[in-house]
Write a protein that binds this ligand. Structure first.
Ligand code: SF4
Ligand code: ZN
Length: 306
């Protein structure tokens, strides 16, 4: 049996095919934290005095994001706050909300739970009972972004941190590329910035960590995480791409890293070529920034008669 490449401890919890490294629990935890901090530094994600809002669902990615960013709070570099969105998915969301609350309380982080029902007068379960709905995840994505942007301004946050991991990023790159969706491809990146001051910069501290290792980190640290899957999660194109990448990774363990690295190299060129500076106005209904008369959230709400 192999022992830890770093310290020789015989209790190895991971063997990384990509690097050949075998690591014990402590060295694995250290390696993840070091890597995330390197990403944060390389991408200039945070500056001293930032107030970072974590979009905290209670799932592994957001809990680990909160946990690692909290080390910057301990060193008095940033402040943290967190928002949890309750879409109104009975039998699923409640547990995630409780787990999120417990983590925020444990770390002493200001936290609020915002529901679709309170924000929009309708929750996801109700929407899914409607005929001709656009599919659960479409509403979720748009409504969630609306709530997070607003929460960021209410908290006075200077950054929004999301839990996107290496798998999420490479899936998005491949999906948009294969679909020929170059406008969306140009928007992928470590930071999303907009020329509207009403949008807060979004950062992805876990973007270089594979999903599996985030799960293992949470387990190694004994972090309570929401494991259940959403009942509305559908077989999607993203899932097919995810399966392809997982399959490829078996024989080509560095494939996700190289996809991301390659993309990051050509990204500035793609952006120069394709990114428009959208003119933002205010949505007529809600006042959020929008390039059209109504923002996407309000367009959906009008369709739903809300
Ligand atoms: Fe929303 Fe569920 Fe879709 Fe996730 S899987 S976006 S929680 S409907
Ligand atoms: Zn609106």
């Amino acid at each position: 049996m192999e022992s830890c490449t770093k310290c020789g401890n015989p209790n190895v919890i991971i063997k990384r095919k990509a690097s050949g490294q075998a690591l014990c629990k402590d060295c694995f935890i250290e390696s993840i934290e070091k890597k995330v901090k390197q990403t944060i530094k390389k991408e200039n994600f945070i500056e001293k005095g930032d107030k970072v809002l974590v979009a905290l669902s209670g799932g592994k990615d957001s809990v680990v994001t909160l946990e690692i960013l909290n080390s910057y709070v301990k060193r008095h570099i940033i402040e943290l706050c967190a928002v949890t969105i309750d879409e109104g998915i009975a039998g699923y969301r409640e547990e995630g909300v409780e787990i999120a609350k417990a983590h925020a309380e444990r770390l002493g982080i200001p936290h609020k739970v915002v529901s679709f029902k309170d924000s929009f007068g309708i929750d996801l379960d109700e929407i899914m009972k409607r005929e001709n709905h656009r599919g659960s995840c479409t509403y979720c994505g748009v409504f969630r972004r609306w709530i997070i942007n607003r929460a960021a301004r209410e908290f006075g946050a200077t950054k929004i941190a999301t839990g996107h991991n290496l798998d999420d990023e490479t899936q998005a790159i491949l999906m948009n590329y294969l679909e020929g969706n170059m406008e969306n491809l140009a928007k992928i990146g470590p930071k999303t910035e907009s020329n509207s001051e009403m949008f807060t910069v979004k950062i992805k501290p876990l973007r270089e960590i594979p999903e599996k290792e985030i799960g293992l980190y949470a387990l190694a640290k004994g972090l309570d995480i929401h494991l259940a899957g959403c009942p509305y999660a559908q077989e999607s194109f993203r899932m097919e791409i995810s399966n392809i990448l997982k399959d490829l990774s078996k024989d080509h363990p560095t494939i996700m890293y190289s996809t991301l690295r390659g993309f990051d190299k050509i990204r500035p060129a793609i952006r120069r070529e394709l990114e428009h500076d959208y003119e933002f106005d205010r949505c007529e209904r809600c006042g959020e920034p929008s390039s059209n008369r109504l923002c996407r959230a309000c367009t959906f709400l009008e369709e739903l008669g809300k």
